[in-house]
Design a protein around this ligand. Sequence first.
Ligand code: ZN
Length: 196
Amino acid sequence: MSMFGQVYVKNNQYKIKGDFHHLTPNTPIRDADAGWKLLGVTNPRDMTYMHSYGGEAAFFEALSQGKLMATRCDNPKCEYKGSVYQPFRVHCPDCLGKNTVIDMTDIAKKSARVHTFMVCERSGAFNILEKPIKFINIEFDGVVTILMSYLSIGEPAMGMRVVPIFKKLGPTYTILDLSWVPVGTKENQLPEGFSF
Ligand SMILES: [Zn+2]
C-alpha cells in the first residue's frame, strides 16, 4: 500500500506528501438466493482527513507531556471572570473573549472525582478502546464545567476519587491520550504507554 498522507506547516501553508485518498476497485453485490443476480456494488473508500486543532492544539500537545491544560476567562469586563473551563475552551462562552491557557494538572491530581458514569458494552465504528468502555464525567475543585473521559482501571462509582494518566509513550495526540484511574493505582498497573 502507498504511503498515507502526512502534513506539516511551513510559511503558514500546509505542506503535504503521500496519498490522501485511494481508489480501490469496487466489487459486485449479488443475491445468493436468486441465481447470483446483481443487486449493487461496494464502494471502498479510504481517505486521510486533515483535522486542524486550531486553538486547542496546546491541549493535545500537553497531554503527550503529562499535563492537563484548561482555560480561564481573565476579561475584567466579563460577569464570569475567573471561570475555569475543562474541557478546554478557547473562548469564554459568556463574553466571547479569548481565554488564558492554564496548567491544571495538580488540581486534577488533588481533586478529580467521578460526578457520574456510563458503562458501554457496545461501541460505534472505529472504536479502539477496550469494552466495556467506562465513560466517566469528572468534576474538579474550582472548575465550572465537567469533563467526559474514560476510566482505564477498576469500576466507576459516583464520588470516587480518580487521578489522570497520560499516554506519553507513543501518543496519538487525541483525547484518548488522557485517561483516569482510581487514587492509589500503582504505576505498573497502567495500560501500555501510560504514566502518571
Ligand atoms: Zn468571559
